[in-house]
Design a protein around this ligand. Structure first.
Ligand code: WQD
Length: 324
């Protein structure tokens, strides 16, 4: 029996694939390769190239590979792009999920995991975000993840599937340089990009109501994110009937932009003193996970710290930008 991993050739998906394979689980990857890279997959992992919107393809894959459970990781994930192209985000993230759920239900799948996001919370007005903190997404991206959670829960109940939705906080780092995130859409790679160009990193606002005035986030190593999926697969495998979980994947520790710049300076040996510019519209001052529920339900907690995240991300950046 195998697990189907949609988006398994992407940045997070490939880390999940690798962790599951190391755990002895058979996997099959479905990826449209829009941002995925087959080179990230371990040898011997079957890759089906295609879209989650392709019902006939899903039916075929689910039948041919004797699939025991589905990890639906494939999604569009850029907040700004989702504001510009909401119809595309709803189509790919919500309709894509609906088709995968429909095919899964038709194939009698009883175990389903969905990649959600801290973006479902929007601007939480609490120091630590628990899974029962009210959700108020601020972008079409976050909306598609919240709607996705509802769809997964409803389909799970109607079709007898155990379900887990994992709300990723700020994912960073890499298990190896070749697995690093090639995009530069988040703080760590955006700082690397500036440093590589000989420019000071930008700090989007230093007048927030936080200890050093810069925004605080919960950064989580992608290898920790991957082991959380392995723990969730174990739970779904053992107890599909009694599993309907929505869980934060975070470290529980807040790190400010300035603290991140300090870590980047420490690890790279470069001068990462930031230049303060205007706030970026829509940024909440502080978003930090409570990681208690996932510890209780899955026995999982983060192992890697900030310097591990930065060092592994930097190794990946240098591999892709050898001339910098
Ligand atoms: C982090 C902090 C910026 C760049 C986004 C999505 C979220 C999730 C993760 C997917 C903020 C500041 C950034 C820079 C800066 N995605 N910053 N200078 O906005 O917390 O979360 O990615 O699920 O849904 O919203 O992440 O890495 O963009 O920013 O000062 O050059 O760094 O203002 O406070 P964010 P980020």
């Amino acid at each position: 029996m195998s697990w189907l991993i949609t988006g398994g050739a992407g940045f997070i998906g490939a880390h999940v694939v690798r962790a599951l394979v190391e755990d002895g689980t058979e996997v099959v990857v479905l990826d449209d390769l829009s941002t995925g890279d087959p080179g990230r997959l371990p040898a011997g992992v079957p890759l089906v190239t295609g879209s989650t919107l392709d019902r006939a393809l899903l039916d075929r894959v689910l039948a041919e590979h004797r699939i025991e459970g589905v990890l639906h990781i494939a999604a569009k994930k850029q907040v700004a792009e989702s504001v510009a192209e909401p119809l595309r985000y709803y189509h790919e993230n919500v309709e894509g999920l609906r088709v995968v759920l429909e095919a899964s239900a038709a194939a009698g799948i009883r175990r389903f995991l969905f990649s959600s996001s801290a973006a479902v919370y929007g601007m939480p007005d609490v120091l630590t975000v628990t899974e029962s903190t009210p959700c108020a997404p601020m972008s079409p991206y976050g909306e598609t993840k919240l709607v996705g959670e509802w769809l997964v829960r409803a389909a799970g109940r109607a079709h007898g599937m155990g379900t887990v939705a994992l709300r990723y906080f700020n994912v960073a780092g890499a298990a190896g340089p070749e697995l690093a995130d090639p995009g530069a859409f988040n703080l760590v790679p955006m700082v690397f990009e500036r440093l590589s160009a000989g420019l000071p990193p930008l700090v989007f606002g230093a007048d927030y109501p936080t200890p050093d005035g810069t925004c605080v986030r919960d950064y989580i190593h992608v290898s920790d994110v991957a082991t959380a999926h392995v723990a969730a697969v174990h739970r779904l495998r053992d107890r599909p009937d009694r599993t309907e979980l929505v869980l934060n994947i975070g470290s529980g520790e807040g790190v400010s932009v300035r603290e991140m710049l300090d870590a980047i300076g420490r690890v790279t040996g470069l001068d990462a003193t930031g230049e303060v510019v205007a706030r970026r519209p829509g940024d909440p001052a502080r978003v930090v996970a409570s990681a208690e529920l996932i510890a209780e339900e899955l026995g999982w907690s983060a192992r890697y710290g900030l310097d591990d995240m930065v060092a592994s991300a930097w190794a990946g950046w240098q591999l892709r930008h050898p001339a910098d």
